[in-house]
Design a protein around this ligand. Structure first.
Ligand SMILES: [Zn+2]
Length: 220
């Protein structure tokens, strides 16, 4: 009787959509049907190639309002399940890359503490569910002193990002092909700096960049 009641009650529970706040979302879904639909309509995979990477790809154009709302929601505490679901959706939309491990771009420890999770790591876990490629979080680290204020808004701030990443010179990573996972591609300087460090220090064979979204020019 108790279980039956519980089941009935759980069927009635509506959580707000993580992106638009609309109610009437099934409790296992982080987004409402309209927001999922908006994302799939907006999806426009684009190849990414940086000076230290092989060709990778990005799934969603950031400039579309529906995408912007969902990407904004990724950065709030409590929306880590959304990042995982988006990673899983991305794994179904994009071809599986020829890599051995998925490496999420790390957040600074301060920011990770404030947010409660690293969204790039959750996206990587979603990709892992879809592709079966393991996630490695001990290859690349971010130096502890990098504060939350050092987000790359200006060129000077971007320059500071160089040197912020440290890869482990562990023989297990030598010759391994990795996919570097991040939430949004803007200038590519973060991914490129991280890729350079993985190649030079950890001696990985190849870095394939993969991001959930990419920045677009205004109005596009
Ligand atoms: Zn919604």
């Amino acid at each position: 009787m108790y279980h039956l009641m519980q089941r009935r009650l759980s069927g009635l529970v509506s959580l707000p959509c993580g992106a638009c706040g609309a109610l009437a979302v099934h409790s296992s879904e982080p987004l409402c049907a309209a927001c999922w639909g908006g994302i799939y309509l907006a999806a426009d995979p684009k190849p990414i190639s940086l000076s230290f990477t092989a060709e990778g790809s990005s799934w969603l154009p950031y400039g579309i309002p529906e995408v912007k709302r969902v990407m904004g929601a990724l950065k709030f505490r409590g929306h880590d399940r959304l990042a995982l679901q988006l990673g899983l959706a991305m794994s179904r939309a994009l071809p599986r890359p020829e890599v051995d491990v998925l490496v999420p771009v790390p957040l600074s420890p301060v920011r990770q503490y404030l947010r409660g999770y690293n969204q790039a790591e959750r996206i990587a876990q979603g990709l892992h569910l879809g592709w079966g490629v393991p996630v490695a979080t001990d290859l690349l680290h971010r130096r502890g002193w990098t504060s939350a204020k050092q987000s790359a808004r200006t060129e000077a701030e971007r320059q500071k990002i160089y040197g912020a990443y440290q890869a482990r010179a562990d023989p297990q990573w030598r010759g391994v092909r990795i996919a570097l996972i991040d939430d949004t591609l803007t200038t590519g300087s973060t991914l490129n700096a991280a890729a350079e460090e993985c190649i030079k220090k950890a001696k990985v064979a190849e870095v394939v960049p993969l991001t959930l979204a990419y920045a677009t020019r205004r109005g596009r």
